[in-house]
Structures are given as C-alpha cells and as structure tokens.
Design a protein around this ligand. Sequence first.
Ligand code: F6P
Length: 369
Amino acid sequence: MSMTNIKRIAISTGGGDAPGLNAVIRAVVLASIQRGWECYGIREGYNGLLTPELYPDGGVFLLTRASVAGITHLGGTILGTTNRGNPIQFPIEQPDGSIIEVDRSDELVEKFHAAGLDALITVGGDGSLSIGYALARKGLRVVGVPKTIDNDLDRTFMTFGFDTAVSFATECLDRLHTTATSHRRIMVVEVMGRYAGWIALHTGIAGNADVVLIPEIPYDIEKVAESIRGRDRGGRGYSIVVVAEGAMPKGGDVSVLGKAVGQAEKLGGVGDKVARQLEELTGKESRTVVLGHLLRGGSPTSFDRLVAFRFGAAAVRALDEGQSSVMVSLAPPTVRYEPLKEAVRRMKLVALDSDTVETAREIGICFGD
Ligand code: F6P
C-alpha cells in the first residue's frame, strides 16, 4: 500500500545521453501507472520547465503507455537532454553576446509545484544528481537514478550505459587488431570516460590491448615505447594502445579541447599526442582512432537494459515508500538506496589495488608506469 499522497511525478534526463535511458523512462512510467499515478516528462533536463517557449508541443508532457512502447532497445532519450541547462548556473546570453550564469533553482521549484507535480525522478551523472540534491534541499521530493557511460559515480557498483560502451569499444578493438597486424602498426584508440579510466581499462582487457593508459596511472611515454619495442623484439610487430581521454603523462596535465561557460571541460587530443610520440620513439607507423560519441549510441546491452529497468522501478518504489534525497544504487545482487548527499561527494576512480588492474598487469598489459 502506498505510504505517500503522490499523484503526479515528473522525470528528467540530464547531462550526456547513455544507452539505457529509455529503458529507465519506460520502467518509471509503467511502475507509476500501475500505482495510479501520472508521470510527466520534462524536456531536455529542466529546460522544459525553465524555457517552455522553446517547446511548441509542451516543455512538460504526460507520458503514457503508448509513449514508452517500443523504446527499450533505443539509444538516446525520448525526453531529450542537455549539459547546458544547469538551473543553478543557468547560462544567459547578454546583449554583447557574452554568457553569464544565473541561479534559477528557486524559480524551478516554484514552476515544478505550479505544474502540480509532487515528486521528481532525475536521471543523470554527477552534475544532474548534484542539481537533484540542491533541489531536494529546497524541499522538492527527489529520487536520483545514476547514469553515465563513464561509470565514475560513487556509491553504486555500476551505472547503466557503461556495459554498452565497453562492449562496443571491445568490438572496435577486435576490428583494429586485424588491420594493426596486417600493417605492423601501432593503433592508438582514444576512449571517453572523463577523469576516470573505467572504459579504457575494461575495454583494454576485454579487447586484448597491449597498453592501457588511464588517468589514475600517469604514464611515462618512454616506458610505453619500451614495451612496444619489447613486443617487436618478440616478433609481434604491432601494438594496440587504449588511451582514456583523461589520461595524462607523469607530471603533466589532461588534454583539454576547451571549456565554455556553464559547461564541463571538453577533454580530448591525448590519443593523437601519444601516437605522435610513439611514432617518434619507436620509428613505427602509428594511427589514432577516437571512438568519442560512438560510445554513447546504439542499443543498450541486455545487462544495461536490466539495470535500467531495475533502477527505474526502484526509483518509483522509493517515492512510494516516502523516501527522498536518495539515489538508487546497484549493490549486487540487489538494488538499494544511498543518500544523494553521499553519492555526489566524490568521483569513483579505478582502484589501483583492484583485482581488475592486477589481472591486467598479470596478462602483460603495460600501464606506462
Ligand atoms: O560523461 C559522458 C561523456 O561522454 C564523457 O565521457 C565525455 O567526456 C563527455 O561526456 C563529452 O561530452 P559532450 O557530449 O558534451 O561532448
């Protein structure tokens, strides 16, 4: 039996999209309908509430059984998303073209209540969940669902989207092996992951990379070159190097492409840098492949679909139990709830003493350290 007086809830997806978002939306909508609640979708983060004039079909709209039919296997999000619509640092263009950040969170809470909404399910990464926590502190009933292909969210064993990204990147490595072997080349593959090396590490092991460079282990390019020379002396002739976009040399910095007001740092470029240096140091032909946003697309794996469904249903269950300011978390074999406050406190990085890193070393993967 329901322990709350909830009748209408809203769901919002924020930050970068990740495969599995649509499955979360489907689970949330169906679990709400089953309780006799209405579930509304807010378009593009909170923009549907803050700038409704941009949406001729409504910035907030009722999600029905029909709206969520046949979407489980689709990448992206039917609600749209943005990493520019942070209500606490909302970007406003000035007459001179410059952009300033304005705190519109009080206005958002007002608009949320004015729309007759009782509770919010926010699906997002650290940015969106921090916003969710701020809104909860302003009195909104909020449950967070952790999402990111990067797997860098703390207080959950894994996020959905990660498995799909790693599966696709692994397939790419399989394809690159044959061309690398045929040409006796170095193939450098740059993968996303922000300041954490999860995607690079898991892809590198699953896809049989020879070198994996991650932010958690700053690399010495000479050590990487030596491991490639060693492979050549052993007759291998080719090498596959997986580089996380946030990887950095010892004593150096991450490679940043740019930073716009109201947005996170845009990482990228380290793959090319590593390829150029390795070509110089080893005399071998090197090529770079940047997988980039390809990792965010495609159909979610069955693992990600299941986690997404479990997260969506658990988020509705949490609201029904009267919980707020919590994040749904995967704690195998079950899901549980973690305080949002704790969940957004820090980033989850690869633990250097984990058996996964140990395994990588034991099967001969070089980390450049
Ligand atoms: O957080 C997901 C992610 O894909 C990161 O891996 C990457 O650094 C970032 O988003 C890219 O963001 P954008 O889509 O704004 O280029």
